[in-house]
Design a protein around this ligand. Sequence first.
Ligand code: SF4
Length: 314
Amino acid sequence: MASVTVLDRRLPRKPPWLRVRAPTSRAFHETRRLMRGKRLHTVCEEAACPNIGECWQQRHATFMILGDTCTRACAFCNVKTGRPKPVDPLEPVRLAEAVVEMGLAHVVITSVDRDDLEDGGAMQFVRCIEELRRRAPETTVEILTPDFLRKEGAAERVIDARPDVFNHNLETVPRLYRTVRPGARYFHSLRLLQRVKERDPGIFTKSGIMVGLGEERREIHQVMDDLRSADVDFLTIGQYLQPTARHHRVERFVPPEEFEAHARTARAKGFLMVSASPLTRSSYHAGEDFARLRAAREARLATAAGDGEGTGPR
Ligand code: SF4
């Protein structure tokens, strides 16, 4: 008799350090009402982020512009894939209104991939930044962009809008791109981050990877070296969580002490800031981290100036 293979569709049980409380706070429900009212999307909801209870309680959300449908199908991501709707010209206005209403000191804006658009969605990022500068001039702006692959001049338009932080995640080590991020190219993403710094050294650059996808420690160290050679300021490392049984499987739950070891290595390699923990996401605690990032840069500049004084010609 032929044997029958039964696929195990269950997701792996999370270890204690990844278990979080279900969101219940009043602020959480108010944030959700505001997003629905303004017809805005958040990556917090679309990506089923485990930190949503904590972040929304503190009224910190990451806006996802250019709709809720992505033109790519990365194996780790919960955002739906398909043919997106046309760009909404009033989205930047509603986003800025929501930021004002929430009283955000720092805002993070990301988007789906829009390979269907000539500019990859770059101008919608620009319009959002401009609208925020007009309506919320005190709010600092962090953007987490797609790679703008094959979109000539798109990244430059976004850089020239001068966000405070330009984030683009490498997501994983180059060996795993084919299975984890098949529509992207590792060296293109790296070069994008380098181009930001070359064009405007005043903008902080940031990138992140997930662990638990099958990468090896030496590969993570190589990514750190690559990011430092692209002059990236801030590195985030978090645990990959499998959204559904159809997504890439979790190869391993990395224990908290391994994240601490990664953080030590990354700091030694020269990043201005490192955030590495099981629940780290690129926008987790982004507001506080931005303040620390700014302080770290000032401290480093002061040290460099002091060294210069000590060793320069007299
Ligand atoms: S970590 Fe980022 S994506 Fe997750 S809930 Fe917080 S703001 Fe949203």
